[in-house]
Design a protein around this ligand. Structure first.
Ligand code: ATP
Ligand code: MG
Length: 338
């Protein structure tokens, strides 16, 4: 007879996995910039100041800051707290975080990071040192120090990266911010070494669009650059979720030949499920398939527009662009005037 007493196997997690998440989830260590700046945005910061030196990077925000409870939350791994309260308190921002692991992105960039935070009378500092973490056996604790309330004037959080694993050029950090953070959002400014980061602007023939889906709206703008502005750098359309570029997609332009270099733009679809390194989509989701379907239709019209512009330049007679067949359109794809 088989023994019927139930037995169990515990589920455990190795302490080193925390460092693995930080070091191996992100293909490029510079991704920490996006993670920390977006944490500041989610915490209602209006200003994020980044100071880059040869040995350290400091990211300081004037957001809500954290008290003891907030710091505990900070070091909770995998908390989906932001999914449960998706809007920020002060500005009602759509919060970008969702996985509860972003803070560890710093671990691929440095040996140690320190968090100093102030929320009203509470000021505290926590240090995460990779070597210490590995040395301290099964102890799952970090050194914490309470600091005097006047240690810092304003509420907010500063993350300091010490012992950088490589050099980070302010130029590259700026590039990450432009694509990976909502710098066009109101009341949100990011500065690097005292210089404000500004969004990119594209000029050319603009094709804005807005469509409704059962998951939510898909909106954006395709820009057909002039032939002289056409470039092979960063090809494709930026696909954004909550104002953050997740990746650039070609949406069929692979077969367009040279003219692909003239097409840029962005599409916003906040409902798309993303991978936890925030650089890809869950491609076998209904949401992603829906996006592809919509973009196929939009790109067909972009192609016609592009042909029309080229023919016009060559002085050929052009026929009107056919309207889109669009039972699902909230507002059909509209074509801006030349
Ligand atoms: N700059 C900050 N100001 C205030 N609170 C912060 C800040 N950075 C992080 N936090 C708190 O720490 C938590 C953990 O941050 P973390 O980036 O690891 O996860 P997340 O932002 O919730 O999700 P994701 O992994 O998708 O970024 C946040 O949910 C937030 O409560
Ligand atoms: Mg985060």
């Amino acid at each position: 007879m088989v023994n019927q007493i139930p037995e169990f196997i515990p589920v455990t997690i190795d302490k080193s996995h925390i460092i693995t998440i930080g070091e191996r989830l992100y293909a490029e260590s510079i991704e920490f910039v996006r993670e920390l700046v977006n944490n500041a945005y989610d915490a209602d910061a209006t200003l994020v100041e980044i100071a880059v030196t040869e040995d350290t990077i400091e990211i300081r925000d004037n957001g809500s800051g954290m008290d003891m409870e907030g710091l505990r939350q900070y070091f909770n791994i995998g908390s989906q707290q932001k999914l449960y309260s998706p809007k920020s308190q002060a500005y009602g921002r759509d919060r970008i975080g969702q996985f509860g692991i972003g803070k560890f992105a710093t671990l691929s960039a440095c040996k140690r990071f320190e968090v100093v935070t102030k929320k009203d009378d509470f000021v505290g500092r926590v240090v995460f040192d990779k070597e210490q973490w590995e040395k301290t056996g099964e102890v799952w604790q970090l050194p914490f120090e309470r600091l005097p309330a006047d240690f810092r004037k304003q509420n907010g959080t500063t993350v300091l990266l010490v012992g950088l694993e490589r050099t980070f050029e302010p130029r590259d950090i700026e590039e990450k911010i432009v694509e990976g953070t909502p710098i066009k959002a109101p009341y949100f400014r990011v500065r690097i070494n005292n210089h404000t980061v500004t969004p990119r602007s594209l000029s050319g023939h603009r094709i804005p669009f807005l469509e409704g889906t059962r998951f939510g709206p898909v909106s954006g703008e395709i820009v057909i650059l002039s032939e002289t502005a056409s470039t092979s750098a960063d090809p494709g359309i930026e696909v954004k979720v909550k104002q953050v570029t997740v990746r650039r997609e070609l949406f069929g332009m692979e077969t367009w030949g040279k003219s692909m270099a003239r097409v840029r733009g962005e599409v916003n679809a906040d409902f798309l499920p993303i991978t936890s390194d925030r650089t890809g989509f869950i491609k076998d989701s209904g949401e992603y398939r829906e996006l592809l379907k919509i973009m196929e239709k939009i790109m067909e019209n972009v192609k016609i527009s592009l042909q029309r512009l080229t023919m016009k330049k060559e002085g050929k007679k052009v026929s009107r662009v056919p309207p889109l067949p669009g039972t699902m359109l909230v507002c059909s794809v509209t074509f801006a005037r030349d």
